[in-house]
Design a protein around this ligand. Structure first.
Ligand SMILES: *[C@@H]1O[C@H](CO)[C@@H](O)[C@H](O)[C@H]1NC(C)=O
Ligand SMILES: *[C@@H]1O[C@H](CO)[C@@H](O)[C@H](O)[C@H]1NC(C)=O
Ligand SMILES: *[C@@H]1O[C@H](CO)[C@@H](O)[C@H](O)[C@H]1NC(C)=O
Ligand SMILES: *[C@@H]1O[C@H](CO)[C@@H](O)[C@H](O)[C@H]1NC(C)=O
Ligand SMILES: *[C@@H]1O[C@H](CO)[C@@H](O)[C@H](O)[C@H]1NC(C)=O
Ligand SMILES: *[C@@H]1O[C@H](CO)[C@@H](O)[C@H](O)[C@H]1NC(C)=O
Ligand SMILES: *[C@@H]1O[C@H](CO)[C@@H](O)[C@H](O)[C@H]1NC(C)=O
Ligand SMILES: *[C@@H]1O[C@H](CO)[C@@H](O)[C@H](O)[C@H]1NC(C)=O
Ligand SMILES: *[C@@H]1O[C@H](CO)[C@@H](O)[C@H](O)[C@H]1NC(C)=O
Ligand SMILES: *[C@@H]1O[C@H](CO)[C@@H](O)[C@H](O)[C@H]1NC(C)=O
Ligand SMILES: *[C@@H]1O[C@H](CO)[C@@H](O)[C@H](O)[C@H]1NC(C)=O
Ligand SMILES: *[C@@H]1O[C@H](CO)[C@@H](O)[C@H](O)[C@H]1NC(C)=O
Length: 603
């Protein structure tokens, strides 16, 4: 019963809204311009190419499609091309375009370019003076003094092409391969997509084709899905069956783009019921390699939404920020569980995760992947544990990262840490700084169990002014194997174990500095507390071996055992898997219907 309750609590939904406007654009290098003939064949390659033009101020939907005589709608521009086109380039004049008919239909093995015609009068992205080089001491002094983590303003495009999907009847682009070798290439430059609302992938749905998708300087505003992937759904299928045969080289590349105001609210029976949507913006169930560079995610929300759900795939995220996410998880959910591929890589660098309220932030779950966070910042997250590693045999590295002002002391989740929560997982932390993080237990880090050969190793890092309202001001370790080398614990506070609280764990301290750590129950020299009646082994430097205070005994430990915590997490995962399965069935059904529909149209 209690477990069930906790399970539901996991899904408690928060609603917020705040403001921020965005968008962007730059130069494009000429792609097939100067060609007003919308029906031509490249003689060398025998590729049938079509260049077509759209202008909302035009009044033509027939016989149109040239630069001088554009069509008024995207649909009529596509219709102006011979249906056997292999490559289509749609150039769109700034304006708002409402989609209420089919667009491309279900496509495969084609190249689609969608270009904002106005590439000259855009304001370049402002050069950000963001703090990036990570000298530990510098971070400490710079950031502790002033909270100057001002978010980089996203790009602003003065002349927007807005595609409003409110009344769309399908994903804007719906790809379904007929053969494993089909390759669909998509390039989108300078387009804003808003208000999409399909079952999956409101902007792009890939049902398993080999794809090469690049989105540049575009905006995605409030595109939702009631199943998976509000904007992009990359699901497994014949071409890409999650690590098996076929197109395993699919790419989804997002550059200089913004993702704003996505509110995933569908399929919520009540606030306590799990939502059946996953991947508020991006979902991948295929081996797609996802690259996110110079992107901004603002004010997105939704229960069980997450910015990205990556059941299988690769993630390279660089120079980006996720701000104000009220999703669960707030950021990403990464897993390759059951997909059986080699060693996927999740590499996140120079990225800021801030102001989240979803309960958990970035979740790493599942087997044998490699996940690295380098020079990332996790700041100002509220009632949320920014990074959760759960039941993972992943090789996770946190390198030169900053965890600042995360306040998780009122978390609704059990045993939720202020910065990083580790359940039966391994982690290495190097040259990182934890300042002013809060939780009830484990102000910065909480370890909840470890299997044989699972270790938490922390090198050359600083824990400053972290606070637990109960125990483990900086670190709480229950049944953990913890190694601390050359770390500094300064100004931390808790009732007991203001630096480190040890329960049934092995802890090894080498070359440590402890200063001004305050245990409000019984003062201890270094702020190291141990649970009484439990075996706590402190090794390493001689001076710390006898420094554990066993004096403080917490009242009834309201802690869940690692097994119980794992059970809760697994319930969540299984729930999501069931939903995903249902989705596949629905997607199949829909595609069948759509196939029928397009036959009628073509006939
Ligand atoms: C996002 O939502 C806020 C509040 O509803 C609104 O003021 C703002 O204009 C929206 N931003 C965009 C880009 O739609
Ligand atoms: C367009 O291409 C089709 C075949 O692909 C051809 O039959 C037709 O004549 C072409 N039209 C023009 C205007 O070139
Ligand atoms: C609209 O159509 C009329 C004729 O039907 C034409 O004279 C006029 O130039 C068109 N306007 C635009 C903006 O294309
Ligand atoms: C699509 O919208 C246009 C105007 O924006 C309207 O004239 C047309 O009837 C609509 N079509 C459908 C199928 O709803
Ligand atoms: C896919 O398209 C390419 C050219 O775009 C063509 O050479 C190839 O034959 C097509 N494959 C299929 C299965 O139609
Ligand atoms: C579209 O772009 C072309 C080439 O840059 C330019 O000549 C033309 O004026 C643009 N059309 C509109 C309506 O802005
Ligand atoms: C977090 O939100 C606050 C207020 O909503 C804002 O001032 C701050 O800039 C945000 N932090 C980041 C890193 O965006
Ligand atoms: C897929 O990528 C691998 C290495 O990146 C390459 O060797 C292989 O040729 C690629 N396959 C296709 C079909 O492009
Ligand atoms: C980090 O990201 C910011 C914002 O995208 C960028 O301006 C800065 O140059 C990046 N720093 C490094 C070292 O790449
Ligand atoms: C740390 O937490 C305790 C207990 O909630 C609180 O009394 C104390 O003021 C906090 N310390 C700081 C520096 O906020
Ligand atoms: C010991 O830790 C300090 C930082 O607290 C570091 O500067 C020093 O290099 C470390 N010494 C060794 C031998 O690792
Ligand atoms: C994703 O892949 C897993 C494992 O192959 C499968 O169980 C699940 O049904 C798939 N879901 C979707 C939406 O493709």
């Amino acid at each position: 019963m209690i477990k069930k309750l906790l399970f539901f609590i996991l899904f408690i939904i928060y609603f917020t809204s705040s403001t921020k406007l965005i968008v962007y654009c730059n130069d494009i290098s000429g792609r097939n311009d100067n060609n007003n003939n919308n029906n031509n064949t490249d003689n060398n390659n025998k590729i049938i190419k079509c260049n077509t033009y759209v202008d909302s101020s035009s009044n033509s939907t027939f016989g149109c499609g040239t630069l001088n005589f554009p069509c008024s709608t995207i649909y009529s521009a596509i219709q102006s091309c011979d249906t056997s086109y292999q490559e289509i380039t749609i150039t769109i004049v700034p304006g708002t375009y409402y989609i209420n008919t089919t667009t491309f239909g279900i496509i495969t093995n084609k190249t689609i370019n969608i270009i904002n015609n106005d590439t000259t009068t855009t304001t370049p992205p402002p050069s950000s003076s963001s703090s990036s080089s990570k000298n530990l001491k510098q971070i400490e002094t710079d950031l502790a003094s002033s909270d100057s983590t001002s978010s980089t303003q996203p790009f602003v495009l003065s002349n927007k092409v807005i595609i409003d999907l409110t009344d769309a009847i399908d994903s804007f682009i719906n790809i379904k391969p007929s053969k494993a070798s089909d390759l669909t290439t998509i390039y989108i430059l300078g387009i804003t997509f808003k208000n999409g609302n399909q079952s999956s992938g409101s902007v792009i749905l890939n049902q398993g084709s080999w794809v090469d998708i690049t989105i540049d300087q575009s905006s995605f505003i409030n595109n939702v899905a009631n199943q998976v992937g509000g904007s992009f759904a990359m699901i497994s299928g014949i071409g890409n069956s999650g690590g098996g045969s076929g197109a395993i080289n699919s790419t989804l590349t997002l550059i200089n783009s913004s993702f704003i105001n996505t509110t995933t609210t569908l399929n919520r029976i009540s606030k306590l019921a799990p939502s059946s949507s996953s991947g508020g913006i991006i979902y991948s169930n295929s081996t797609t390699s996802i690259t996110i560079n110079e992107c901004r995610f603002f004010n997105n929300s939704g229960g069980n939404g997450g910015i990205g759900y990556i059941w299988s795939g690769y993630l390279l995220m660089n120079n980006s920020s996720i701000d104000g996410s009220d999703c669960t998880p707030a950021f990403f959910f990464n897993s390759i569980s059951g997909m059986g591929t080699g060693s996927p890589l999740f590499l996140v660098s120079n990225t800021t995760f801030s102001n989240a309220t979803g309960g958990v932030g970035f979740v790493v779950f599942g087997d044998y992947s490699t996940t690295t966070f380098r020079q990332c910042t996790f700041s100002d997250n509220v009632n949320t544990t920014p990074l959760l590693l759960s039941n993972s045999f992943s090789n996770v590295l946190v390198d030169q990262c900053l965890f600042l002002n995360n306040n998780n002391s009122k978390s609704t989740l059990p045993n939720s840490a202020g910065a990083i929560h580790i359940i039966d997982s391994s982690l290495t932390i190097e040259s990182s700084v934890f300042i002013n993080n809060r939780a009830a237990i484990g102000g910065a880090i909480q370890i909840n169990g470890s299997l044989p050969d699972q270790y938490v190793k922390i090198y050359n890092s600083i824990f400053d002014a972290n606070n637990a309202t109960e125990i483990g001001g900086s670190i709480y370790s229950q049944e953990g194997q913890l190694y601390l080398y050359s770390c500094q614990f300064l100004n931390n506070e808790a009732v007991a174990g203001s630096s480190v609280y040890c329960l049934n764990s092995n802890i090894n301290f080498s070359n440590m500095t402890f200063s001004n750590n305050t245990d409000s129950s019984i003062p201890t020299p270094n702020g190291i507390g141990c649970g009484s009646g439990k075996v706590c082994s402190i090794q390493g430097d001689q001076q710390f071996q006898n420094s554990c205070s066993y004096d403080y005994q917490p009242g009834k430990p309201s802690l869940l055992t690692p097994g119980e915590v794992a059970a809760i997490v697994i319930c969540v995962i299984i729930g999501a898997a069931i939903i995903a399965t249902i989705l596949i069935l629905i997607v199949r059904k829909i595609s069948r219907k759509r196939n029928g529909y397009s036959k009628i149209v073509n006939g």
